[in-house]
Design a protein around this ligand. Structure first.
Ligand code: ADP
Length: 151
């Protein structure tokens, strides 16, 4: 039984994130999507709404579970018995950032990070731009599945 954690702020959870989960399901028996709670960085969308939204997107996939955590990612991995962390890579900037975190996480816990390249169609999807659009009244449904569940 191989279980991974896909952690993120998911503010909001985009079609890019959704695709990464489907990619991870090819390698892992179970994917736990962990919505990280950062006390210093209040998100735009409420954590309970994010969890309800993501859960609805995977309601027919019993191998996906959704939860939130407010501790070190590797500590949460241990709590849920996840052997790997999954992250998505859009570009070189993501790679540089993820490489440092991946090395640090491995150094403190021995837990490895597995990276999936985003599909080309999703490489420009970015939660912060989507938040900006949403706050200015744009329709975000091209980028987020069932965005009505977030409000
Ligand atoms: P964090 O605040 O932890 O970076 P995000 O919600 O922004 O959380 O991203 C979570 C993970 O999803 C990261 O690995 C990020 O690189 C990846 N990601 C973000 N957007 C996309 C996308 N459009 N396609 C694939 N992966 C993505």
């Amino acid at each position: 039984m191989k279980r991974c954690l896909f952690p993120g702020s998911f503010d909001p959870f985009t079609k890019g994130h959704e695709a990464i989960v489907h990619q991870a399901l090819h390698l892992f028996d179970e994917v736990v999507i962990g919505v990280g709670i950062n006390s210093k960085k209040q998100g735009l969308f409420n954590t309970d709404k994010k969890i309800a939204h993501i859960s609805a997107l995977f309601e027919t996939e019993p191998r996906v579970r959704v939860g939130s955590f407010q501790k070190l990612t590797v500590e949460f991995c241990k709590d849920i018995a996840a052997t790997h962390i999954v992250r998505g890579l859009r570009d070189a900037k993501d790679f540089e950032y993820e490489r440092s975190i991946g090395h640090m996480n491995h150094a403190i816990s021995g837990i490895e990070t597995v990276f999936f390249l985003t599909a080309q169609a999703h490489s420009a999807l970015n939660s912060s731009i989507i938040r900006e659009m949403y706050q200015n009244g744009a329709d975000i449904s091209p980028f987020v599945t069932r965005p009505e569940l977030l409000v």
